[in-house]
Unconditional design. Structure first.
Length: 235
């Protein structure tokens, strides 16, 4: 049974155990953003310039009358081309392992499940997560880790490993480009069954050849996010 199947079984058995990751109203619609080569509107000139990329994201949200954009799980992302973090080996890392929620800087982020702080770190490389928090959860014997990347640096102040976290507790907010790895403001939300010995970090993208390996450990974040419908298809 892969990671998503194991988490799905828990969610189906415990529908009331899941809280929120961001504030969503019943009337909210989420704009699905395509960051693959299929989106010819999003060219290298936009992606390589964070200010232009931010403007593009804001324009898409405004046109669709949406507060948030969403997307990316197992998406083959060409936007990583040229970023050294993703290009270090012969086969580049392009397959996105989490879901991104695009919104304004300072947007609140919540823990969707009871748990504890597993680890945290400022992954301050170009194109990296920037400030990152990882929580550990015990779901009736199933250990689950949730990762929150691209946060504000102030969110790491006062944290301690093992610190209890309650469902729906405010844990962070979206960081600005000057502290979040040089990205337009967004949350990278990812779920893992095993941290594989890592602390404060876990790959957010893998090589396409590693897809089946990672699917055994990476669960579909949509099982927790459970976004409202209908969503809006964007560029």
């Amino acid at each position: 049974m892969d990671a998503s199947a194991r988490l799905k079984a828990y969610v189906q058995a415990n529908p009331g155990a899941i809280g929120k990751v961001i504030d969503l109203e019943a009337t909210d619609r989420l704009l699905t953003l395509d960051l693959t080569a299929a989106n010819t509107e999003l060219n290298a000139g936009i992606v390589s310039d964070t200010a232009k990329f931010s403007v593009w994201i804001d324009q898409q949200l405004s046109k669709a009358n949406c507060r948030y954009g969403i997307g990316g799980f197992m998406e083959n992302r060409t936007i990583y081309a040229g970023i050294p973090l993703f290009e270090r080996e012969a086969e580049p890392r392009r397959l996105h392992l989490g879901v991104d929620i695009w919104g304004d800087a300072d947007t609140p982020v919540y823990a969707p499940l009871d748990g504890t702080v597993h680890s945290f770190n400022d992954n301050a490389n170009l194109g990296d997560y920037g400030p990152t928090i990882i929580l550990q959860h015990n779901l009736d014997g199933l250990t689950l880790y949730s990762l929150y990347g691209h946060l504000s640096r102030r969110n790491l102040v006062g944290l301690s490993i093992g610190q209890p976290i309650k469902r729906d507790e405010l844990i962070a907010d979206l960081g600005s480009a000057d502290e979040n790895g040089n990205w337009p403001p967004h949350l990278h939300f990812q779920l893992m069954l095993d941290m594989e010995g890592m602390s404060g970090d876990y790959p957010g993208a893998c090589r396409y050849s590693e897809k089946e390996k990672y699917l055994k450990n990476i669960a579909d974040p949509g099982l927790i996010l459970n976004p409202p419908e209908p969503s809006v298809q964007g560029s």
